[in-house]
Design a protein around this ligand. Structure first.
Ligand code: SF4
Length: 223
C-alpha cells in the first residue's frame, strides 16, 4: 500500500474536503510568510540578543518583549541546545504507512530518543497544539520509529513566530486518530461532504472552490 504524506493527514484532520481540493491544485508550496516565520526557528541565539528595532523587522506574532521572554524560557528548558543545533534540518522520514519532512530532527540525548519537530508558520492555541499539526507530528514520530526501529514517544511542534515549543505525546487516542485519518486519506476518491464548521471554512483557502458547485461538473466533463 502506498505511503501517505504526513501533510495530507494534517489536511484531512482539518477537513477531508480541503484535502481533496488541495490535491487538485498545483500550488503545494507554503506561502512566503510561512517560510519566513519558519526561518526564525534557526536563528534563536541571534534573535535573543536582538534589539526591539531589529525584532520589529522580523515576522513575529507577539511583541519584542514577549518574544524575548519566551525565548528566555525556552533557553532555560532541557531542549534548548538541541533546538538551536538540530542533528538535521528538513529530514525526510519514511515510515511503514506514512512519509513526511521533519523541519528539525533533534539528536538523541542519553536515554532520550531522537525527536522530530514540525515547525509551524502560525501561532499556537492557548494550550497544546492544533489538531492537524498534532496528527502530522504523530505521523513524523511513527515514521522515525519505523526508520530507527525504536519507540519514539513524542514529537514537538515549534512556533517560532511566538518562540514557543509544545510537545505531542503518542497517546493511545492520538495513535487511533492517526490510523483513522490514514483510512480517510486512502479512501479519498471524490469530494467528501462539506464540514459544518464556520470558523474552519472562514479560514480555508479553498472556500471559493468549495462553494462553486459547477467545478466538479466541469472537471467531470473535462472542460
Ligand atoms: S470551505 Fe469548509 S467544507 Fe469547504 S473545503 Fe474548506 S473547510 Fe472544508
Amino acid at each position: 500500500m502506498s505511503r501517505v504524506a504526513a501533510s495530507d493527514l494534517g489536511r484531512a484532520a482539518y477537513c477531508p474536503r480541503q484535502l481533496y481540493y488541495a490535491r487538485q491544485s498545483d500550488d503545494r508550496e507554503p506561502p512566503d510568510e510561512v517560510r519566513a516565520r519558519r526561518e526564525l526557528a534557526f536563528r534563536y541565539p541571534e534573535l535573543r540578543e536582538a534589539s526591539d528595532d531589529r525584532l520589529a523587522e522580523r515576522p513575529l506574532a507577539v511583541s519584542a518583549a514577549e518574544y524575548r521572554d519566551n525565548l528566555d524560557a525556552l533557553a532555560a528548558g532541557p531542549l534548548w541546545d538541541r533546538l538551536v543545533e538540530p542533528a538535521a534540518r528538513d529530514a525526510t522520514l519514511t515510515g511503514q504507512d506514512c512519509r513526511g519532512v521533519a523541519h528539525k530532527l533533534l539528536a538523541e540525548d542519553g536515554s532520550d530518543p531522537p525527536i522530530p519537530v514540525l515547525v509551524s508558520g502560525g501561532v499556537p492555541p492557548p494550550a497544546g497544539v492544533w489538531e492537524p499539526q498534532s496528527v502530522r507530528a504523530v505521523a513524523l514520530a511513527k515514521a522515525l520509529a519505523w526508520e530507527r526501529e525504536r519507540e519514539i514517544p513524542r514529537a514537538l511542534v515549534e512556533y517560532p513566530a511566538v518562540g514557543v515549543v509544545r510537545p505531542v505525546r503518542l497517546t493511545t487516542r492520538k495513535k487511533a486518530r492517526y490510523r483513522e485519518l490514514l483510512r480517510t486519506v486512502r479512501s479519498l476518491d471524490g469530494p467528501p461532504p462539506r464540514i459544518d464548521d464556520d470558523a474552519k471554512c472562514e479560514a480555508c483557502e479553498y472556500r471559493g472552490d468549495c462553494g462553486v458547485r459547477t467545478r466538479s461538473l466541469r472537471s467531470l466533463l473535462g472542460l
